[in-house]
Ligand binder design. Structure first.
Ligand code: CA2
Length: 142
């Protein structure tokens, strides 16, 4: 069975609880349930969320040793700031797909730059939660 890690960064634990006009009404728990319903028979899904940059880096280091088949990463605002997260991803040498619920290019200019995107095989932005499904599907096929 393939293994996919799904990592969410700062504030994504608040999904469905604020700003539904940008991020929708589903919670992170709803997303986990739907992804397990869709892919649970084909893949082992490992969900991780942290509001702390270092914890995300530690998780990526663990994954570098565990070697899942892929990583789906929504690093939240760390996408735009974290060289450390980018270095961790590059060091892990695992196929990663970056996902953003909102379309970064329709938002403030500071969200247009992703430091982590170049360390990923693909970036999906603006498909809502569907982006996570597309990312898992892609990683399972590769
Ligand atoms: O669109 C995305 O998925 C983002 O990664 C979400 C981040 C934002 O900083 C990125 O620029 C784009 C923010 C996550 C905050 O999520 C919340 C969700 C609900 C309520 C409050 C915050």
């Amino acid at each position: 069975m393939k293994k996919i890690a799904i990592l969410n960064g700062p504030n994504l634990d608040r999904l469905g609880k604020r700003e539904p006009e940008i991020y929708g009404r589903a919670t992170l728990a709803d997303l986990e349930k739907s992804l397990r319903a869709e892919f649970g028979k084909k893949a082992e899904l490992d969900f991780f969320q942290s509001n702390h940059e270092g914890k995300l880096i530690d998780k990526i280091s663990e994954l570098a040793d565990a070697k899942p088949d892929g990583i789906v990463l929504n690093a939240g605002a760390l996408t735009h700031t974290s060289i450390a997260l980018r270095d961790a991803l590059l060091g892990a040498k695992l196929p990663a797909v970056e996902v953003h619920i909102s379309n970064l290019y329709k938002r403030e200019e500071f969200r247009h730059r992703s430091l982590t995107g170049p360390a990923c095989v693909a970036v999906i932005t603006g498909l809502g939660l569907e982006g996570y499904f597309a990312a898992v599907r892609f990683l399972l096929k590769s």
